[in-house]
Write a protein that binds this ligand. Structure first.
Ligand code: 5AD
Ligand code: SF4
Length: 447
């Protein structure tokens, strides 16, 4: 049996792509292994969004080179594949920088992986095409999924925010046709999935061809999926504020399956910085949008992404970001120091913010966001919420799942409850998980 080790960095799209590469390699007779030293093929599915993410790849490749040498001494071949967005951005350069690499393959051409592996027996190969053929048509059907599964509905981005590599690494925005998505969703549900998270770099820009010939929006797609048997929960990520249309907001109001959680990156609360970032909306437009979303679904939990230290950001701009956070209130958030990415417009800017200032601003922002997150979690204590149970918990006899608001929840229950939604009374909030008990369960001593 040949073995493959696949490691993914970065966003959920990469997690999805890694599962599809595993499906492909499975069809070629590989079994997946978690032990890199026994792998005949090692795939690093890389992320290029910030410098740190990209640099991780090269330190990992250094370790792999040593491992490859040790395996060679034992008479074993190892094929090292760099996939994902670093592969797309750096292409052939990777071969020069990392001598142990055999295959470089971009996110739009990984369906050719079996062929690339065959060619790699005799040469080092690079494929960073944006091919005309549909990648998804060349991938095998999805294998059994877990309780919660990702479904790629849209890829790429046409927004060109000044800091972001995505439009270059993932290419132009493309929506998959509805019929293909429904077929994939069917297989996932048949394989045990109860929650689908629709993913795309800019997923709420979805505009796929419907079976009726019309163009379907994300709102329409969600409404349709919400009506299908077996699908208990729907989520989607990640979105741009300017693509939150009325129909999508209404889907949050009308569809019980659409979870009351919205990840809507704003990046900054300063109008000047938002303009420099080419986000094409101002801070008040974001506040008004959040008001509309909350009017439709009052209990919705909000999440966002923030960048501190974008070129030219002043103390006043940073204060405006803190004000926006204080005004909106987030249940969770990701925040980053600005990292110049080669090829993006912002990387050309001269007025860089000093590293020490970036660090101080990040600490201040994260402190506020963390207080909001803890406040949100503590407010759940004493309430009864529906929990989708997904997997065994940290300790025997425990099962782990998610609240509608994407909080991790641990309860005492048998493993047979995995895959069901149960009402749970939250009794305690830890720093990263909530703890609770089945609501309405008979007291243990009653019988
Ligand atoms: N520097 C720092 N953060 C970035 N992000 C995207 N590009 C950069 C960059 N150059 C962040 C944004 C985005 C998230 C996925 O990563 O906040 O929403
Ligand atoms: Fe990048 Fe998102 Fe902006 Fe697209 S909308 S360029 S993916 S930050």
């Amino acid at each position: 049996m040949k073995k493959a080790f696949i490691k993914s960095y970065g966003c959920q799209m990469n997690v999805y792509d890694a599962t599809r590469m595993a499906d492909l390699l499975g069809r070629e007779g590989f079994v997946e292994t978690g032990a890199v030293e026994e792998a005949d093929v090692v795939v690093l599915n890389t992320c290029h969004i910030r410098e740190k993410a990209a640099e991780k790849v090269y330190s990992e490749l250094g370790r792999l080179r040593v491992l490859k040498g040790e395996r060679a001494e034992a008479g074993l071949d190892t094929t090292v594949v760099v996939a994902g967005c670093v592969a797309q951005a750096e292409g052939r350069e990777i071969l020069g920088r990392a001598p142990g690499v055999d295959v470089v393959v971009g996110p739009q051409s990984y369906h050719r992986l079996p062929d690339l592996l065959r060619r790699a027996r005799t040469e080092r190969v690079v494929d960073t095409d944006f091919p005309v053929e549909e990648k998804f048509d060349h991938l095998p059907p999805r294998r059994a999924a877990g309780t919660s599964a990702f479904l790629t509905v849209q890829e790429g981005c046409d927004k060109f925010c000044a800091f972001c590599v995505v439009p270059y690494t993932r290419g132009a925005e493309v929506s998959r046709p509805v019929a293909k998505l429904l077929a994939e969703a069917d297989r996932l549900v048949a394989g045990g999935a109860r929650e689908l998270t629709l993913i795309g770099q800019n997923v709420n820009a979805y505009h796929g061809e419907g079976p009726d010939g019309a163009v379907w929006s994300l709102g329409r797609l969600l409404r349709h999926l919400a009506g299908l048997p077996g699908i208990l929960r729907l989520r989607y990520t990640t979105s741009h504020p300017n693509d939150m249309d009325d129909d999508l907001i209404a889907a949050h109001r009308d569809c019980l399956a659409v979870m009351p959680y919205l990840h809507l990156p704003v990046q900054s609360g300063s109008d000047r910085i938002l303009a420099a970032m080419n986000r094409r909306h101002d801070a008040d437009a974001y506040r008004r949008l959040i008001d509309r979303v909350r009017a439709a679904r009052p209990d919705i939990a909000l999440s966002s992404d923030f960048i501190v230290g974008f070129p030219g950001e002043t103390d006043a701009d940073h204060a405006a970001t803190l004000r926006l956070v204080a005004d909106v209130g987030f249940a969770s958030a990701f925040s980053f120091k600005y990292s110049p990415r080669p090829g993006t417009p912002a990387a050309e800017s001269a007025d860089a913010v000093p590293e020490s200032v970036k660090s101080a601003r990040l600490a201040e922002l994260q402190e506020l966001l963390e207080r909001q997150r803890q406040g949100f979690n503590h407010a759940t204590v004493g309430r009864t919420v529906d929990v989708l149970l997904e997997k065994p918990g940290r300790h025997p006899g425990q099962v782990a799942g998610k609240s509608p608001y994407l909080q991790a929840v641990q309860i005492e229950a048998g493993i047979e409850t995995v895959g069901t939604v149960v009402p749970v009374r939250i009794t305690r909030a830890g720093s990263n998980s909530l703890f609770g008990e089945l609501a309405g369960a008979a007291p243990a001593a009653a019988a």
